[in-house]
Design a protein around this ligand. Structure first.
Ligand code: C2E
Ligand code: MG
Ligand code: MG
Length: 558
């Protein structure tokens, strides 16, 4: 393309140069012959014609400089110079200055053409600088978003096969918040230096967002062994990850970054850049927060799951406004007396076709959005309203409600629960909130404050799914918990080995040391129940003693 337009330019310059040279040669010939042109009453003498030709020549020379830049300027100077030579002997030897105006005109033309050339040259430099700036990330000097997109578009046009990876730093936000923006910027600059230093020919690196980098790696076309190819790319990307993970020392502080990389392949995972980028974002959204995986290749299931999740989100959103969520209640029994202790409230939701959506699934989707706050508040309010009259007749009955750990990090949550209880005239002592061990990942002071306020007002607190999370003994001893609920997974494997049995016994005695009651979840048979009874477990909840049931059925049990 470029060479065709070059050839065209050379032809234009040649034609224009010849025309300009002829126009330069004409004026002396016309005045020597005393040529005049008559058109009716209009008469034009040789000197007037020469003036017109010189002006046209100047226009042609300007066009030559515009097209040919430096070469055009040289050609123009040669044409002007050569056309000036015949007048020089007359001026030098005969001291006749008739050609002086023509010569002065030529010198002016040279100056104008030089200024024009200089102007074009500067514009080109500015354009190049602007282009460079538009392709560069100002902070790190790396290629920016536009440059990377251009590079990928070029590879797609060439029909290359390549992989694109988004590399982001999981803990960058925390570092930035803790150490300040300047520190964060230094981290990014250092990181960019490491990435650029590690990039080899055929690869392209750039910065995509605040703390996200892009890497493009070419591979051979028509690969016969896709597994080996993927392994090769993975090992190359692991080298980048290794570079990022090398400890950084900035302002005498050592930090270690936690890089994560998502990878897609062109053309397998997307036909154009937008699809590739969308699938990279899907991969990040899928693995973020739920896995410590450093390197994840895109998989179509990821997009399917995200689509499914977004459908569930829509469904939840609608169900909340139309009260289509409904509640079921699972009984809990005291193992010593065999008495009913109370019920755990569990949510149920169906899709548009009436097919149940698994609670752990819709709760997980809701946890990722702020919908969980609305769901939990809805469940709390409806559970209280449903059992309000029942607990007045059965003052020892406990109604427990699952509360997402995120709630306890919200200031004023305890006050909110107490207000709902007061407004609905539900006795505080009959409510239990169930939290999971994920609360320990949050600020312990805020959690402790909220739970203490609830306990001081007689609301009970249960620690759900105990044994699966982060609870440490020291944390546990600081929190006002009334009940430990041993997770079903431990009950399921109690027959596997003595160690599994010992583990359950250990949780039971730990609960008692901490002065909390212990409940076993998911008890499905008499054998399990008998063993738990023998080991001193206080309560059971499970299919053996009662599946989650509708309110009317719960009333029958009461
Ligand atoms: P969870 O709080 O641990 O609830 C106990 C789960 O175990 C319930 O599952 C219950 O149906 C099931 N289960 C109880 N006994 C047995 C048994 O003997 N065998 C088997 N196989 N399962 C048993 P479900 O209702 O599917 O709820 C799953 C999880 O979803 C709950 O676990 C809870 O964490 C969450 N969840 C349910 N409803 C809500 C809610 O309204 N708010 C919040 N935040 N979470 C909820
Ligand atoms: Mg629960
Ligand atoms: Mg549980």
């Amino acid at each position: 393309m470029k060479s065709t337009s070059n050839r065209k330019n050379i032809i234009y310059i040649l034609v224009l140069s010849v025309a300009a040279a002829i126009l330069s040669a004409l004026p002396p010939v016309l005045s020597a012959r005393g040529v005049t042109i008559k058109m009716g009453s209009f008469v034009m003498v040789a000197s007037q014609l020469s003036g017109i030709f010189t002006s046209i020549r100047l226009i042609l020379l300007v066009i030559i400089v515009l097209i040919g830049k430096k070469a055009g300027m040289i050609i123009s100077f040669v044409i002007i110079g050569v056309s000036s030579i015949p007048s020089l002997p007359e001026m030098i030897f005969q001291r006749s200055y008739n050609s002086l105006p023509g010569l002065a005109g030529n010198i002016c033309a040279i100056i104008i053409l030089y200024i024009l050339y200089d102007f074009i040259k500067n514009i080109n430099i500015y354009n190049r600088m602007l282009h460079m700036l538009s392709q560069q990330d100002p902070l790190t000097g790396m290629h920016n978003l536009t440059a990377v997109r251009d590079d990928i578009e070029k590879r797609i046009k060439n029909g290359d096969t390549f992989y694109v990876s988004f590399l982001y730093i999981e803990n960058f936000g925390a570092i930035n918040d803790m150490m300040g923006r300047d520190f964060g910027n230094t981290v990014l600059k250092t990181l960019a230096g490491r990435l650029i230093g590690n990039t080899v020919e055929g690869e392209y690196g750039g910065k995509n967002g605040d703390s996200e980098f892009v890497l493009v790696v070419n591979v051979a076309k028509d690969c016969q062994n896709p597994v080996a190819e993927r392994e090769e790319v993975a090992s190359r990307l692991r080298q980048f990850i290794k570079q990022v993970k090398r400890p950084l020392i900035i302002e005498n502080t050592e930090i270690t970054l936690e890089p994560r990389a998502a990878v897609v392949k062109y053309p397998d995972d997307g036909n154009d850049i937008n699809e590739l980028y969308r699938h990279l974002d899907d991969t990040i959204a899928h693995y973020r927060n739920q896995s410590k995986m450093e390197l994840a290749f895109y998989d179509a299931n990821v997009t399917n799951e995200l689509t499914e999740n977004s459908k569930i989100e829509d469904r939840l959103f609608r169900a909340l406004s139309t009260d289509e969520i409904h509640l079921v209640f699972q009984p809990q029994f005291d193992l010593e007396t065999g008495n009913l202790r109370g019920f755990e409230t569990l949510s149920r939701l169906e899709d548009e076709n009436g097919k149940p959506i698994r609670p752990d699934k819709f709760i997980a989707v809701a946890e990722k959005t702020n919908l969980i706050f609305r769901i939990d508040n809805w469940v709390l309010l409806h559970a209280i309203k449903t059992f309000k009259d029942v607990v007045k007749k059965h003052p020892d009955l406990i109604i427990s409600v699952n509360i997402s750990a995120n709630h306890l990090q919200k200031p004023g949550y305890a006050d909110y629960v107490l207000r709902i209880l007061r407004d609905n005239d539900f006795p505080n002592k009959n409510l239990e909130i169930e939290i999971t061990e994920t609360v320990f990942a949050a600020s312990i002071d805020t959690v402790r404050e909220a739970l203490t306020k609830l306990r001081d007002n007689q609301v009970k607190v249960a620690l759900d799914d105990f044994g699966t999370g982060y609870a440490s003994l020291s944390y546990l001893s600081q929190l006002p918990v009334n009940l430990l609920k041993i997770d079903k997974t431990f009950i399921d494997k109690m027959d596997n080995s003595d160690m599994d049995k010992d583990f359950i016994k250990l949780i039971i005695s730990m609960g008692h040391v901490l002065h909390t009651k212990v409940l076993a979840e998911g008890v499905e048979n008499e054998k399990e129940k008998a063993a738990l009874q023998e080991w001193g477990c206080d309560m059971v909840q499970g299919y053996l003693t009662g599946k989650p049931m509708e309110f009317e059925k719960a009333l029958e049990i009461i």
